[in-house]
Design a protein around this ligand. Structure first.
Ligand SMILES: Cc1cc2nc3c(=O)[nH]c(=O)nc-3n(C[C@H](O)[C@H](O)[C@H](O)COP(=O)(O)OP(=O)(O)OC[C@H]3O[C@@H](n4cnc5c(N)ncnc54)[C@H](O)[C@@H]3O)c2cc1C
Length: 276
C-alpha cells in the first residue's frame, strides 16, 4: 500500500542519529503491517535495517534474537539435542497467518511490538521465559520480562519512540520439555487459541495462554497439577469475560478451547514425565 501521508523515510546507521521523536514518527521493521493499512498519523518512517544487528546469536546462555531478525530466519533454527524446547521456534513461526513472502520480511520485533493476541512471537517468547531489551529515547536501556510487555490487544509498555532492541531466550527454558496446542476457525486463519506448556525435570509446569485472551496469561505450577487444580487456576486467572472477543471466535469458544488445550498439555507433559 502507498502510504500517502509519509513525507520522509530515514535510514540511520546509528540510533543516536535520531535526535528527537516528534508525533508522526514510526519505526519501520519489515513493514508488513505498516504497509497493510492506512497510517494516517504517520509522516516519517525510521528504517531499522541500517543498524545491521546480527539476526541470531546462539550460545551456551541461550538465544539472542535481534528485533530485526525475520520470522523466516527464526523458523529455520535447529537447536542442539540438549534443548528439547527449540522446536517451539518453528512451531510458533508457523502458527502465524503468513505466506512465505510475509514471513521473509516480517520481523520478530515487529510482531512483538504489534502486540496482537495472535502474535505468535509473543506466545513463543513468553512461554520460553524470555527477556526483552528496550532502548528508551532518554536514559539507560531497560530489560523487561516478556510476560510483562503486552498489556492488551495491540497495546504494550513501550513509550513513544522506545525501541525493542533484542530478545533473550535463556538456555534454562530451552532445556525443558514442551507441548503446544493451537486452533483457528479456518485452516489458514489467525489463532483463536495458542497454548504452550513447558516442564522441567521436577515435573513443574509453566502454562502460557495466548490468542484466547487479549494479553498473555501465564500459570506456574511448581509441582505437576491435577486436572482440577489446573482448571481452578485458569478460572482464578481469567474471569469469564476475560477472553478475547473478535472474528476469530467468541469468548465462550475461546474459554472452551483454553480448558481443552490446557488439559491436553497437562496430560501430555505428565505422561512424558512418568516415562510413558
Ligand atoms: C497477510 C498478513 C497476515 C498477518 N498475520 C498475522 C498474525 O497471524 N498474527 C500477528 O500477530 N500479526 C499478523 N500480521 C501483522 C504483521 O504483519 C505481523 O505482526 C508482523 O510480524 C509485523 O512485523 P513487521 O516487521 O512487518 O512490522 P512492521 O509492520 O514494520 O511494524 C509493526 C509495528 O511495530 C513497530 N515496530 C516494529 N519494530 C519495532 C521495534 N524493534 N521497536 C519498536 N517498535 C517497532 C512499528 O513502528 C509498527 O508500529 C499479518 C499481516 C499480514 C499482512
Amino acid at each position: 500500500m502507498d502510504l500517502n501521508t509519509v513525507r520522509q523515510v530515514k535510514s540511520p546507521i546509528f540510533p543516536d542519529e535520531i535526535a528527537d521523536w516528534p508525533t508522526g514518527h514510526a519505526w519501520l521493521a519489515g513493514g508488513t503491517w505498516l504497509m497493510s493499512e492506512p497510517q494516517l498519523g504517520v509522516d516519517t518512517l525510521v528504517d531499522l535495517h541500517g543498524f545491521g544487528w546480527p539476526e541470531l546469536t546462539i550460545s551456551d546462555d541461550g538465544i539472542e534474537i535481534a528485533a530485526t531478525c525475520t520470522i523466516e530466519t527464526l523458523a529455520n533454527v535447529v537447536g542442539p539435542p540438549e534443548w528439547p524446547a527449540a522446536p517451539l521456534l518453528p512451531d510458533c513461526a508457523h502458527a502465524l497467518l503468513m505466506s512465505f513472502k510475509v514471513a521473509g520480511v516480517a520481523t520478530v520485533g515487529g510482531n512483538i511490538c504489534m502486540s496482537l493476541p495472535a502474535g505468535a512471537m509473543v506466545s513463543l517468547t513468553v512461554a520460553l521465559e524470555a527477556n526483552y531489551l528496550l532502548w528508551p529515547r532518554e536514559g539507560a536501556p531497560r530489560t523487561v520480562a516478556a510476560r510483562d510487555f503486552v498489556t492488551g490487544n495491540h497495546a504494550n509498555i513501550l513509550a513513544p519512540g522506545e525501541l525493542l532492541r533484542s530478545v533473550h531466550i535463556p538456555a534454562s527454558a530451552l532445556e525443558k520439555r514442551y507441548a503446544i496446542r493451537r486452533a483457528s476457525l479456518t485452516k489458514l486463519g489467525r489463532s483463536a487459541a495458542l497454548l504452550i506448556g513447558t516442564s522441567g525435570p521436577q515435573g513443574d509446569l509453566l502454562l502460557t495462554i495466548t490468542a484466547a485472551t487479549p494479553r498473555p496469561v501465564q500459570l506456574n505450577f511448581p509441582r505437576p497439577p491435577s486436572a482440577d487444580e489446573m482448571r481452578a487456576a485458569i478460572d482464578a486467572a481469567i474471569p469469564a469475560d476475560g477472553f478475547f472477543d473478535d472474528v476469530n471466535g467468541t469468548p465462550a469458544y475461546k474459554r472452551h478451547l483454553t480448558y481443552h488445550f490446557a488439559e491436553d498439555i497437562r496430560a501430555e507433559l505428565a505422561a512424558l514425565g512418568s516415562g510413558a
